[in-house]
Ligand binder design. Structure first.
Ligand code: ADP
Ligand code: MG
Length: 206
């Protein structure tokens, strides 16, 4: 289990910032882990702010909500820059669904950490094709701590690292829930992709 390093205060505060990244597929427990760390920071009486992309209103306009129905109040924002103002005076900043932000998220997280903030970012590392997703891979590179959490493959019960899209859309961003995506291991993900392209080819022929 990840043991959170202590946030400093007083004279060393500015020397104590860092970045933690929590990645994995859909249903892997990223949001649960983010909420767990933020709740612990609150118990330690640290000042905490939570942000999410304004475009992601699947479960709630303001709250960050996990698939296990735990939730925490957050501020929806359009651009990472907004955090620099909104998070002033904070000890800890939490960010969920980081993959939906643009590349400037990396610079903003670095700036916050450089100024002594503990930044905890959760997001999908791969999109539904198994490709690196948005700013998350670059964030993993600059972070001090990277935690990869795993879901359970709905086909075989192995550890799942892929988000398999059941729907036919080819957009990178397709907001959806259990009905659009499922967690799969590498092998069941590959099988599913092959089945999908075989049935698309058969449809094309007709
Ligand atoms: P994420 O933010 O990574 O999408 P959440 O933290 O929102 O994940 O949800 C994790 C919870 O999802 C688990 O605790 C479990 O209750 C539920 N869940 C549903 N399907 C799966 C699955 N295939 N594997 C693991 N957990 C699942
Ligand atoms: Mg989540």
């Amino acid at each position: 289990m990840f043991i959170e390093p202590r946030v400093g205060n007083g004279r060393d505060a500015a020397r104590r910032g860092w970045i933690e990244v929590v990645v994995g597929s859909m249903f892997s427990g990223k949001t649960e882990e983010l909420i767990r760390r933020l709740n612990r920071a609150r118990i330690a009486r640290q000042r905490v702010e939570i942000f999410k992309p304004a475009l992601d209103t699947r479960y709630h306009e303001h709250d960050v909500v996990s698939h296990n129905a735990t939730s925490i109040r957050s501020t929806p924002i359009q651009l990472p820059d907004e955090m620099l103002l909104l998070a002033s005076g904070c000890d800890v900043v939490g960010i969920d669904e980081a993959q939906f932000f643009d590349a400037s998220l990396v610079e903003v997280c670095n700036q916050l950490a450089d100024h002594g903030v503990r930044v905890i970012v959760a997001g999908l590392d791969m999109d539904y094709r198994g490709q690196p997703f948005g700013p998350v891979p670059a964030l993993m590179a600059v972070a001090e701590y990277v935690t990869k959490v795993h879901a359970v493959c709905v086909c075989c019960g192995e550890i799942a690292t892929y988000s398999f899209r059941k729907a036919a859309s080819a957009e990178q961003v397709l907001l959806g829930e259990t009905d659009s995506y499922e967690a799969r291991c590498r092998h069941c993900f590959l099988e599913g992709r092959q089945e999908k392209s075989a049935s698309a080819a058969a449809e094309f022929k007709h």
